[in-house]
Design a protein around this ligand. Structure first.
Ligand code: F6R
Length: 616
């Protein structure tokens, strides 16, 4: 959840690290800091607040060194204070450390270190780890051919329980960084006479496209001239250098006011990229090269189990609906965080699917590992290429929507809906769906970008509605069938970026309890698309109206609502059932976004949140 950046090269490290931290800020934004090797000691600046705060402080500090590390924090252990911000220094001043993750046994290590005379300035687990490195370093003797610095980090990590992505420097080794990971992402960038480290490729791509994705329990030792990777158990690792395809412009704001706005409006292009090259030559089914699921193996599977968190979990619920409806296969959807501890009995013929934009969400990674441990085949739908979930799965599909920087998921969510619809088609065509129905389904999916474009044209109208409704304190989002999960997603979007209380419910379930909330003060966002449920949806709306509840109705063009039933109307174009969830999502993204803007919220970095939740 925190952002990590490191640099060794010929340039001023502070400028490069600060630029990297700016790009990583979405991973955590409580506080930020950096340390640079400077004439045998560390030049250290750390500050509560945003990276801009740190930039202002760093400008005064004259940091000229060419080796350094920096960090943006999402607090786990210890409050949001300057002292708790990273980097942390060991009490002898020899080591600086940044850390993403949680060291679970830090209390006992701290007790031990206190008896040895080490002192602590912060409440963090990270400072404990840093002092443990110093402790091991002090005990080590220099040996020919081995780095004392590396050995003491390795010894420290043998004692550390929990998760970490770390980068550390030692004043005795002015142009060296040692970094390691277990459970938290870490990537080495191999540049032109320089090396970079980051928890996310977006911090590297302005300087290099060549990267090495470190694996769990690997340590990289970087010097000004080269790097070497080994495991915690001292086995050498031959590095594999991958090329990143994301461009630096992809993570720039351009002319948009917020990344969330940019990403909402990017959706037509994102959907095109998700689909590109993924339909069969006869245009009757989907093609998924990376799924590693040959037809004879698919025939052994008779149920699918999805695991995910947050918006990705909502995408699983929509996909469940489509797979059951079109492929007639039973599907189960679990929160990753629940699945990993619930120990559910599952038939051997179950296929697992993990959906994760970042590919680093720790709960989803744990669910993947749990399913694999039990011998199930696990496939994934992931956006970030090379991420841990993508690498550990048996196969999967990439979303190809480029970096999603806004903390609230938008384009990644609709792309997950599209891939879910494509999976439903793929499985359906392997079972009973006819060729001609397949062709019709493919044609419908191909319309998705254009239909989304049409909804986006209504942005000014939705902005007006947002202005009228921004002062309400509670909202209900109501929908049925595949739009019930979209109602959940609408409620989540509104909650997370505007801090307004909102709940999503199946529309007909409302009368079993939530109807008690209905009043003039609690508007309902109501999905009422064309189809066989339309008249039932209208009846549910009447029940709201009868209790003086205000209604923002999202209705298919051409469907007539009784006069006066809806207070606000947002029209969506007619579309195929498989595309409907995508098209219906866009108005609630816009509505939430504009309400948050109206309330002057920090849309891209809402309070308490961070993109990519890499702690449990
Ligand atoms: C909500 C949101 C989160 C994520 C969730 C899972 O807008 O972004 O709920 O969907 O944290 O993240 P990934 O998909 O990266 O596993």
């Amino acid at each position: 959840m925190c952002g990590i950046v490191g640099y060794i090269g010929k340039q001023k490290a502070s400028a490069i690290i600060l630029e990297g931290l700016k790009r990583l800020e979405y991973r955590g934004y409580d506080s930020a800091g950096l340390a640079v090797q400077q004439n045998g000691r560390f030049g250290l600046v750390k500050k509560v607040g945003r990276v801009d705060n740190l930039i202002a402080q760093a400008a005064k500090a004259r940091l000229t060194g060419t080796t350094g590390i920096g960090h943006t924090r999402w607090a786990t252990h210890g409050g949001v204070t300057d002292a708790n911000a990273h980097p942390h220094l060991s009490s002898d001043g020899k080591f600086a450390l940044i850390h993403n993750g949680v060291i679970e046994n830090y209390v006992s290590i701290k007790k031990f270190l206190l008896t040895k005379g080490y002192t602590f300035q912060s409440e963090t687990d990270t400072e404990v780890l840093c002092n443990l490195i110093a402790y091991h370093y002090a005990k080590e003797t220099e040996e020919e051919g081995t780095s004392r610095f590396l050995t003491s980090v390795r010894k420290t990590l043998h004692h550390a329980e929990g998760t970490y992505g770390i980068a550390t420097m030692c004043t005795d080794c002015p142009a060296e960084i040692v970094a390691a990971r277990k459970g938290s992402p870490l990537i080495l960038g191999v540049g032109d006479n320089e090396y970079l480290l980051a928890s996310d490729v977006s911090a590297l791509i302005s300087r290099t496209q060549n990267v090495v994705y470190l694996k769990d329990r690997e340590i990289v030792h970087i010097t000004a001239r080269n790097f070497s990777i080994s495991t915690l158990d001292q086995e050498d690792v031959a590095p594999v250098i991958d090329t990143v395809t994301w461009r630096v412009e992809d993570s720039d704001l351009g002319s948009s006011a917020h990344f969330m706005e940019k990403e909402i409006f990017e959706q037509p292009a994102a959907l095109e990229n998700t689909m590109r090259g993924r339909f069969s030559e006869d245009q009757s089914t989907a093609n998924f090269g990376g799924l590693n699921l040959p037809p004879f193996e698919f025939r052994q599977i008779d149920r699918i189990h999805f695991c995910a968190c947050g918006s990705a979990w909502h995408a699983c619920l929509v996909t469940e609906h489509l797979i059951e409806r079109f492929a007639r296969m039973p599907v189960e959807v679990d929160y990753s965080s629940e699945f990993r501890y619930r120990n559910s009995p599952l038939p051997a013929s179950t296929l697992f699917f993990i959906i994760s934009q970042s590919g680093e969400t720790i709960d989803s990674l744990a669910a993947l590992r749990e399913a694999k441990r039990k011998g199930y085949k696990v496939l994934t739908m992931v956006n970030v290429v090379g991420s841990t979930i993508a690498r550990e799965a048996d196969g999967g599909v990439y979303q190809h929507v480029g970096p999603e920087i806004g903390v609230a998921s938008t384009k990644a969510f609709t792309s997950q809906l599209l891939l879910g619809a494509m999976l439903a088609l793929y499985f359906a065509r392997m079972r009973d769906m006819s060729y001609s129905d397949g062709v019709e389904y493919v044609q419908a999916l191909k319309m998705a970008p254009e239909l989304v474009r049409k909804v986006l044209e209504q942005a000014p109208h939705i902005r007006e509605i947002a202005r009228r409704y921004a002062h309400y304190k509670d909202f209900l989002f109501l929908g049925r069938l595949s739009l019930f999960p979209v109602a959940l997603e609408g409620a989540l979007k509104l909650k997370e970026i505007s801090y307004i209380h909102a709940e999503g419910y199946p529309a007909a379930e409302m009368k079993h309890g939530p109807i008690a909330l209905i009043s003039e003060q609690c508007p309902s966002v109501f999905f009422a698309p064309a189809g066989e449920m339309f008249s039932k949806l209208v009846s549910s709306m009447q029940e709201i109206k009868a209790r003086r509840g205000r209604i923002i109705a999202i209705v298919t063009e051409g469907c007539e609502l009784p006069p006066g039933l809806a207070d606000e109307l947002i029209l969506i174009p007619p579309c195929h059932e498989a595309v409907l969830p995508i098209v219906a999502t866009v108005p609630v993204q816009l509505l939430s976004y504009y309400i948050a803007v109206e309330l002057c919220r920090d849309v891209d970095k809402p309070r308490n949140l961070a993109k990519s939740v890499t702690v449990e």
